[in-house]
Design a protein around this ligand. Structure first.
Ligand code: PEP
Ligand code: MG
Length: 578
């Protein structure tokens, strides 16, 4: 059979070659017979037993998930348990058995399909992805009823590449990295928990490859490239050879980088830059420390909100922040206040659809408008500041008035806590993200008032270049080496330093080893990135000489196209062992 190349979203880095094991959730094309009046009690009892068994299994999975991906993420499986306990979900099935003489299987199938259809039609991507949770519960109930278990993912004991129509969070947490080399799914979005878990577990993954997945058969050989978002079915010998070389290089690089985890990032001529991690949970914090994080440069608190079905209250948030601070010890933790909107939605906030959500009602704009929500979060953050080195950071600031309003609410909340006799860090630092060009342009004025800056290149690039960061058609224009970006970065760093303020970077550019020479030369104080990039970036810093990087920057600042800069930087990196 000829080689077939399928493209999807690479959500967890790494290349693997191996034999396919197919996994499907749905019990497809089965006809379940109806029952007679006399069978009703028996069917209702079968359903009750299947429900009880499914609850027991789910509880076991929650325990397992707590060990593998951490308590907060295990909360997603708790949500599945609550579907089983929902006052209408199973009772509706029972009604179908009683009133329409459905078999238990047919009743499960009907209700699960109905609920899945409701979720799949929701306008909100996050809620649409929750359909996978309902399907997962449906399969569990069906397996308990039919005794047909399919593959038990946790029992896989040979090296395989898992190919699935969809993987629910409960599936993903069961995967043993030693055996499941990589996985590919037909469905799934960037915000699915499957994507988040695969990164946490370090299993290379490509998701959302679409209908092409049907061409893959059990036992086929496939190559999964989690970095490039590619899956190749029945690769030719030449393709296998070329990917084997890439894999060997990855392994070699990994062993080189490993040594750098525990070291500080220092250039050959003695210039040190702080390396932090971008995280969303306490489990991420633990992993980040293992990878060599010297602090948390960005805690994306929206991930905490997104994992909940309703607004997380002060106590819940306080406990999460406190746990993260405990994990980080004396290292600093920058907590970014809620950055919802754009591509990140919270169904329970019921924000009307907008024409340009990235330019709309989001992040700090929403928090200033919905003050009680903002105050709750600030109270939780400030209370946690009694336990470690916390800094507060506001996202999406676009004007100085916005900054001042948000800053004054922090003071107001401090006042409340003082009155209540609560302990918190009176001198807590408060800073902003630089991700809107207006702030970069006005950096000198902001620098007089803020305690620190962190540059968010993911948004700064999209706003400066007017290139939607979600649109693959114009992806070629989205480049952090664009001269407009390099010039803006220089403006921000110089303005911060002229005022004696700390300036870090937490956008994706900070985790790009090839950007390291320019970022060192620009004089950033800290780079914060996904934990998996830390060792690579520390290694890149260790190969550099600051004086040479400065000369490179001088040349780059004279250039006018992103392509020229990229070529120049890439050749510089190559000459310096990156
Ligand atoms: C950024 O915009 O660079 C950033 C770090 O924030 P996010 O990716 O969460 O928008
Ligand atoms: Mg951003």
């Amino acid at each position: 059979m000829a080689e077939i190349k399928l493209s999807g979203i690479g959500v967890s880095e790494g290349i693997r070659i191996g034999k396919v094991i197919l996994y499907t959730h749905s019990v497809r094309n089965q006809q379940f017979a109806d029952i007679s009046e006399a069978d009703v009690t028996g069917e209702v009892n079968r359903l009750a037993e299947a429900k009880a068994r499914s609850i027991r299994e789910t509880e076991k999975l929650i325990e397992q998930a707590q060990q593998t991906v951490g308590a907060e993420k295990a909360g997603v499986i708790e949500a599945q348990k609550s579907i089983l306990l929902d006052p209408t979900f199973c009772p509706e099935m029972e009604k179908l058995i009683n009133k329409k003489l459905f078999s238990a299987e047919k009743a499960v199938e009907q209700i699960v399909n109905q609920v899945v259809a409701i979720f799949e039609k929701m306008p909100n991507e996050y809620m649409r992805e929750r359909a996978a949770d309902v399907k997962d519960i449906g399969s569990r109930l069906m397996a308990a009823l039919t005794g047909v278990k399919g593959i038990n993912l946790g029992d896989i004991r040979e090296e395989v590449i898992l190919i699935a129509d969809d993987l629910a969070p409960t599936d993903t947490v069961q995967l043993n990295k030693k055996y499941v080399q990589a996985f590919v799914t037909q469905k799934g979005g960037k915000t699915s928990h499957t994507a988040i878990f695969s990164k946490t577990l370090g299993i290379p993954a490509v998701i959302g490859i679409g209908a092409g997945i049907e061409q893959i058969q059990d036992g086929d050989t496939v190559i999964v490239d989690g970095t490039g978002g590619i899956c190749i079915i029945n690769p030719s010998e030449d393709t296998i050879r070329s990917y084997s070389e890439k894999m060997a290089k990855e392994t070699k690089d990994e062993s080189v980088w490993q040594a750098y985890a525990a070291q500080e990032a220092v250039t050959q001529d003695g210039h040190r830059i702080e390396i932090g991690a971008n995280i969303g949970t306490a489990a991420d914090a633990r992993y980040a420390v293992e990878q060599g994080a010297e602090g948390i440069g960005l805690l994306r608190t929206e991930l905490i909100y997104m994992a909940e079905a309703s607004l997380p209250d002060e106590e819940m948030q306080f406990n999460v922040y406190k746990e993260i601070v405990r994990v980080m010890g004396d290292k600093s933790v920058i907590i970014r206040t809620l950055d919802i909107g754009g591509d990140k939605e919270l169904s329970y906030l019921k924000i009307p659809k907008e024409m340009n959500p990235f330019l709309g009602y989001r992040a700090i704009r929403l928090c200033l408008d919905q003050k009680p929500l903002f105050v709750t979060q600030l109270r939780a953050i400030l209370r946690a500041s009694a336990y470690g080195k916390i800094k507060i950071m506001f996202p999406m600031i676009s004007g100085i008035e916005e900054w001042r309003s948000a800053r004054s609410i922090v003071e107001e909340v401090k006042g409340q806590l003082r009155t209540e006799g609560r302990v918190f860090d009176e001198n807590i630092q408060v800073g902003i993200m630089v991700e809107v060009p207006s702030v970069a342009v006005m950096a000198r004025q902001f620098a007089r008032e803020v305690d620190f800056f962190s540059i968010g290149t993911n948004d700064l690039v999209q706003y400066t270049l007017a290139v939607d960061r979600m649109n693959e058609k114009i992806d070629y224009l989205y480049d952090h080496f664009n001269p407009a970006i390099i010039n803006l970065l220089q403006t921000v760093v110089n303005a911060a330093h002229a005022a004696g303020k700390f300036v870090g970077m937490c956008g994706g550019m900070a985790g790009d080893p090839k950007a390291v020479p320019l970022l060192l030369a620009l004089g950033l104080d800290e780079l914060s990135m996904s934990a998996t990039a830390i060792r690579k970036v520390k290694h890149a810093v260790s190969q550099m000489e600051l004086t040479k990087c400065k000369a490179l920057l001088e040349d780059v600042l004279k250039m006018s196209t992103a392509q020229d800069i990229r070529l120049k930087v890439e050749s510089f990196c190559e000459n310096n062992g990156i």
